[in-house]
Design a protein around this ligand. Structure first.
Ligand SMILES: CCCCCCCCCCCCC[C@H](O)CC(=O)SCCNC(=O)CCNC(=O)[C@H](O)C(C)(C)COP(=O)(O)OP(=O)(O)OC[C@H]1O[C@@H](n2cnc3c(N)ncnc32)[C@H](O)[C@@H]1OP(=O)(O)O
Length: 268
């Protein structure tokens, strides 16, 4: 049953819609979705609101711009700011990325335009990244600006594409294509523009029908286990799974299978 979509439009760049278990955050700060501290405060607030809504399970992070996912920090704002303001911006962006990673919600970055600097770092903090096959670039060009990625790029990129590939991308700052991103595993799906919206919506739906407790426990196990030895990682998996076994959703999932009907998960 479709409940009515609810919508909230922020002052800086977030347009948030929710329909059922699927929320969509659309970044809309022309011309490049370049962000400021206020943008990040608004984005974290939007995530807080979605996390407080028990119906939401998956968040689609997309852009209103056909050309930019996000160009990263607003360089006009950045250049005009003090060193303290610049550090505060890096800190605000880092907090947003941490908020996405520690959320129990599943975030899918839907990249269909330039994703550069902090804009790509925002996507790297998401759980899944998919892309449209079009003429745009991804990259971490900070080195060319006398900077370095400050929102997790030097740490998340090697964990996704491998240390050697990340080293070349970080130390040259060179942009790469959506095809490269698919080859390197930075995105898991690459679709023609005409199919992208439909395939992105399908992925969100596939995730949204799962039990919320199982989604968040699996996300935590994935994240907590990636940097430890296998023995400890398996303990983490067992610990995250232990409380699911006794959950009402696990009972519902098993009952639905045996009764040959769709499960109705309630997040408990
Ligand atoms: C406790 C705290 C401790 C602190 C420690 C801190 C340690 C590290 C500190 C550093 C933190 C860094 C954080 C972050 O990683 C930094 C960044 O994100 S840097 C920005 C990286 N992004 C870029 O370099 C992209 C810049 N853009 C481009 O290269 C080009 O736009 C393009 C993508 C190649 C496309 O080119 P074109 O097709 O020619 O289009 P235009 O260039 O004309 O762009 C159109 C329009 O958009 C404006 N624009 C584009 N990018 C930005 C931007 N990043 N900021 C602001 N505006 C942007 C562009 O100016 C045009 O505007 P118009 O002229 O039309 O008004």
């Amino acid at each position: 049953m479709h409940d009515a979509a609810t919508r909230a439009v922020g002052r800086e760049w977030t347009d948030v819609e929710r329909e059922g278990a699927i929320a969509t955050i659309t970044l809309d700060r022309p011309p490049a979705n370049a962000y400021t501290i206020a943008c990040h405060a608004e984005l974290v607030h939007a995530i807080d609101l979605l996390e407080a809504d028990p119906r939401v399970r998956v968040v689609r992070l997309r852009s209103a711009s056909p050309k930019f996912f996000s160009a990263g920090a607003d360089l006009r704002d950045y250049a005009a700011g003090s060193v303290e303001a610049r550090s505060a911006l890096a800190d605000a962006a880092r907090r947003t990325c941490a908020r996405i990673e520690t959320s129990g919600l599943i975030f899918v970055a839907e990249i269909a335009g330039h994703a550069l600097g902090g804009g790509l770092e925002l996507a790297l903090a998401c759980d899944i990244r998919i892309a449209s096959r079009a003429q745009y670039t991804l990259g971490l060009p900070e080195i060319a600006l006398g900077l370095m990625p400050g929102n997790g790029g030097t740490q998340r990129l090697p964990r996704i594409v491998g240390r050697a590939r990340a080293a070349e991308l970080l130390l040259t700052g060179e942009p790469f294509t959506p095809e490269d991103a698919l080859e390197w595993g930075l995105v898991t799906q690459l679709h023609d523009p005409i199919d992208f919206e439909e395939r992105a919506a399908l992925l969100a739906r596939r995730i949204s029908v799962a039990a919320p407790l199982a989604l968040s426990a699996t996300k935590r196990a994935l994240q907590r286990g990636v940097d430890v030895d296998l023995e400890r990682a398996l303990e983490i998996e067992a610990g995250e799974g232990a409380h699911l076994v006794a959950s009402a959703d696990a009972a519902e999932g098993l009952a639905a299978f045996l009764e040959k009907r769709p499960p109705r998960f309630e997040g408990r």
